[in-house]
Design a protein around this ligand. Structure first.
Ligand SMILES: [Zn+2]
Length: 425
């Protein structure tokens, strides 16, 4: 069984929306009360309260405040667990010497939602191709909320848990499904071997010179975004106009994120459908997006240029692409090869003679002084990783999970999946 997460947009009627709103407020109240209890016990008695202490007081709470009953005991426990996780993360950061960030009280407005950790207390019905119904609660008090969206995993998929969230005034249900492996399989239409280089000039360049242009919504929308941010800065904080602008800004950010996710989904699907072997370099976004500011003693160079680049790098969302490629390649029975960037240096290496040819980011053409090989920079990189994919003992495992044991022995292994599984649906 595999796990897959599917998100549905909910269309509650006015009464249902008010009820979801009220439930979220109650969950938020519980969260804040539990946080207060922990802080209070620590200040007054030096005592630390565990998740289980708090879980055991839930029956009392429900007796004193009957409105909590219809929220479901597992959902209430889940909210307490959410707080417990926040504390665990806090202590982990303290231990690691990072900026700790103590768990905060949340306002009901900023409380994102609540979750059901198991299939109890709700049920999902898929109707036809486009939508379905989500039933929450039991008996005559149950709510049947219309929802849009569908999953492709068929009858065999079993719901496991659900998170209800509110975002920019809309409600969503994120459902984790347990899916039989066969139902995850993707059709593959070709058995090509391709190398791909993700970049800022073009979003992706292949070893044969084909490229996918960078859509750059962020760059197009940036002037508008910046203008709105300036406008909001002129408004009195907390005023109606300031809040309205804030809502419009949030919507714009969401729209950009949606378009980007859609684009990356479509392109990665195409890639794994065509390829038996897909090679690319290991991801290093952390370094690429590191602030160029530097420190007081050692100020960075070209801070503004790097800031623009950061934005581009993040907006092009290679991280998202890598994640999608990993699971989609497995689903399509394709081999995803991730080259070890530091060892291989694909952007600096000559694909013809394998010598290192140093270049700056501005040099868009690879010209080899050793063998005379000339090629567009990104295409050369894509070719290098493709060659690397066919050399034994190179690359890092694309997904550590299935190869966990073997990885312990040798660190440089490629993920091997049968390369000729065609079209099992
Ligand atoms: Zn060369």
């Amino acid at each position: 069984m595999e796990r897959r997460k599917v998100t549905f947009k909910l269309y509650p009627n006015a009464a249902q929306a008010a009820r979801l709103e009220a439930w979220t407020r109650l969950h938020c109240e519980l969260y804040n009360a539990a946080l207060y209890e922990r802080i209070d016990a620590w200040h007054k008695a030096g005592k630390s309260i565990s998740y289980y202490d708090q879980q055991n007081t839930l029956p009392e709470i429900k007796e004193a405040r009957p409105e909590f009953v219809e929220l479901g005991s597992h959902a209430l426990q889940q909210t307490l667990r959410k707080l417990d996780l926040a504390f665990q993360a806090f202590f982990r950061r303290v231990k690691a010497g990072q900026a700790p960030g103590f768990p905060r009280f949340r306002s009901a407005k900023r409380f994102s939602g609540f979750a059901y950790p198991d299939p109890a207390g709700w049920k999902m019905y898929q109707q036809g191709h486009r939508g379905g119904t989500l039933r929450i609660g039991s008996g005559k008090d149950a709510m049947s909320i219309r929802m849009r969206g569908m999953h492709r995993f068929g009858e065999g998929a079993r719901p496991n848990d659900m998170t209800i969230t509110r975002k920019n005034g809309f409600w969503f249900a994120s459902i984790t499904l347990r899916v039989p492996e066969a139902a995850c399989a993707r059709e593959r239409t070709d058995d090509q071997h391709r190398g791909v280089d993700f970049g800022v000039t073009d979003w992706a360049t292949f070893d044969d010179g084909q490229a996918i242009a960078n859509p750059r919504w962020l760059r197009e929308e940036l002037p508008r975004l910046a203008a709105m941010q300036r406008e909001r800065a002129r408004k009195r904080k907390g005023s109606l106009r300031c809040r309205r602008l804030g809502q419009r800004l949030a919507k714009m950010h969401e729209r950009i994120a949606n378009r980007r996710r859609d684009f990356v989904h479509k392109e990665t699907t195409k890639m794994v459908q065509q390829c038996a072997v897909l090679a690319t370099e290991q991801l290093a976004t952390k370094n690429m997006s590191r602030s160029a500011k530097g420190t007081v003693e050692k100020p960075g160079r070209r801070v503004r240029q790097k800031a623009g680049l950061n934005r581009e790098v993040l907006s092009a969302s290679f991280g998202m692409a890598h994640q999608m490629l990993a699971y989609k390649a497995a689903e399509a029975g394709a081999r995803l090869h991730l080259s070890d960037t530091r060892q291989l240096k694909p952007s600096q290496r000559c694909a013809a003679c394998w010598e290192i040819v140093p270049k700056t980011l501005a040099q868009r053409e690879h010209v080899c002084p050793h063998c005379g090989h000339t090629m567009q920079r990104d295409r050369n990189s894509a070719l290098v990783v493709l060659i690397d994919a066919h050399m034994p003992g190179t690359g890092v495992a694309a997904r550590p999970k299935p190869l966990a044991r073997q990885r312990a022995k040798s660190k440089s292994l490629t993920r091997e999946t049968p390369t000729t599984t065609a079209g099992a649906v």
